[in-house]
Design a protein around this ligand. Structure first.
Ligand SMILES: Nc1nc2c(ncn2[C@@H]2O[C@H](COP(=O)(O)OP(=O)(O)OP(=O)(O)O)[C@@H](O)[C@H]2O)c(=O)[nH]1
Ligand SMILES: [Mg+2]
Length: 298
């Protein structure tokens, strides 16, 4: 390959919460770098996922779901992170759920149109669409809403129709040498990933509003005698939430610890000893200073 033809740039994956952005990123990379859950507002940070091929390096940016109707400092942090990512991208991958269009989708589209960058529209979750012909009128409707550089129906969950995406997106990247070493998968540290794994397991288990008031920090992460010693703190907003997280006779916390440890063992390729503590930081999610202390920085 001629060096002057190598392409490298950023593709931000944006959309409202829960449309499958993180699932899509993980599927495109063939490895999990971003946590996923059935609850909206799972991703809270901008997370890079780097796909390196001989002729290109495509740097995907997973983003928090753009949303309205949350007034806490955390909601503002998440929306800011998403907007900054779509402003910086060479191409934006706008993810929507096939056959569903909501006011929040329209808000994301308005934000994208303001930027004037090319937009690849990904219609996700087509595994739920029967018969597939129902996609055609939806695609026509989308074409009336805006001019998209590409429109691709996919199932991120089943891995359908994804092979074509990287090459399709690469056309919109500038000619440039790679920004990252070929073996680098993400910009996020092991400790960040460990905290996210714990948060994912908690989010999967806890009902309703509680996941929004939880965050996780890592107090210790070190290799000793061939194993990884990890201490994590789960922060809640009110003392009453502590008991809910811990669960009857500590069962829930044990269960979270067990599944987080299994995933960390697989990720870090070492046996893991994981200890979890639950602590209260009053109202942390609506406090800019607390957010920064807990690792939420743009
Ligand atoms: N049926 C189906 N479900 C999917 C597909 N892609 C994602 N999901 C599910 O949709 C839910 C949300 O997925 P995420 O990847 O966390 O969505 P997200 O857009 O990153 O959500 P936020 O981070 O909250 O903005 C999870 O339960 C996924 O398993 C798909 O192609 N088909
Ligand atoms: Mg996500």
């Amino acid at each position: 390959m001629n060096e002057s033809e190598h392409r490298c740039g950023f593709a931000a994956i944006v959309g409202r919460p829960n449309v499958g952005k993180s699932t899509l990123l993980n599927a495109l990379l063939g490895q999990k770098v971003s946590i996923v859950s059935p609850k909206p507002q799972t991703t809270r940070h901008r997370i890079l996922g780097i796909l390196t091929q001989p002729a290109m390096q495509l740097v995907f940016v997973d983003t928090p779901g753009l949303h309205a109707g949350g007034r806490r400092a955390m909601n503002r942090h998440m929306n800011r992170a998403a907007i900054a990512s779509l402003q910086d991208a060479d191409i934006n991958v706008f993810v929507v759920e096939a056959l569903r269009w909501t006011e929040e989708d329209q808000r994301v589209l308005d934000e994208l149109l303001k930027q004037g960058k090319p937009i690849a529209l990904v219609l996700n979750k087509v595994d739920k669409v029967f018969p597939k012909e129902r996609l055609l009128p939806f695609i026509e409707e989308m074409n009336r809403r805006a001019t998209f550089a590409e429109i691709v129906p996919v199932s991120a969950l089943k891995g359908n129709q994804l092979e074509q995406l990287p090459a399709m997106l690469a056309k919109y990247l500038p000619v440039s040498p790679p920004h990252f070493p070929a073996d680098q998968l993400t910009d996020r540290s092991d400790t960040f990933q460990a905290a996210e794994i714990v948060r994912e397991k908690l989010t999967m288990r806890l009902r309703q509003e509680l996941p929004y008031g939880l965050t996780v920090t890592i107090e210790q992460f070190k290799e000793e005698d061939g194993r990884l010693l990890v201490n994590a703190v789960i922060w809640v907003e009110r003392s009453g939430q502590k008991a809910i997280v811990i669960g009857h006779a500590g069962e829930q916390l044990k269960d979270v610890g067990r599944s987080a440890r299994l995933e960390m063992t697989e990720r870090f390729k070492l046996p893991v000893h994981l200890e979890l503590w639950v602590k209260v930081k009053e109202n942390w999610s609506d406090n800019e200073t607390a957010l920064r202390q807990l690792g939420y920085e743009n």
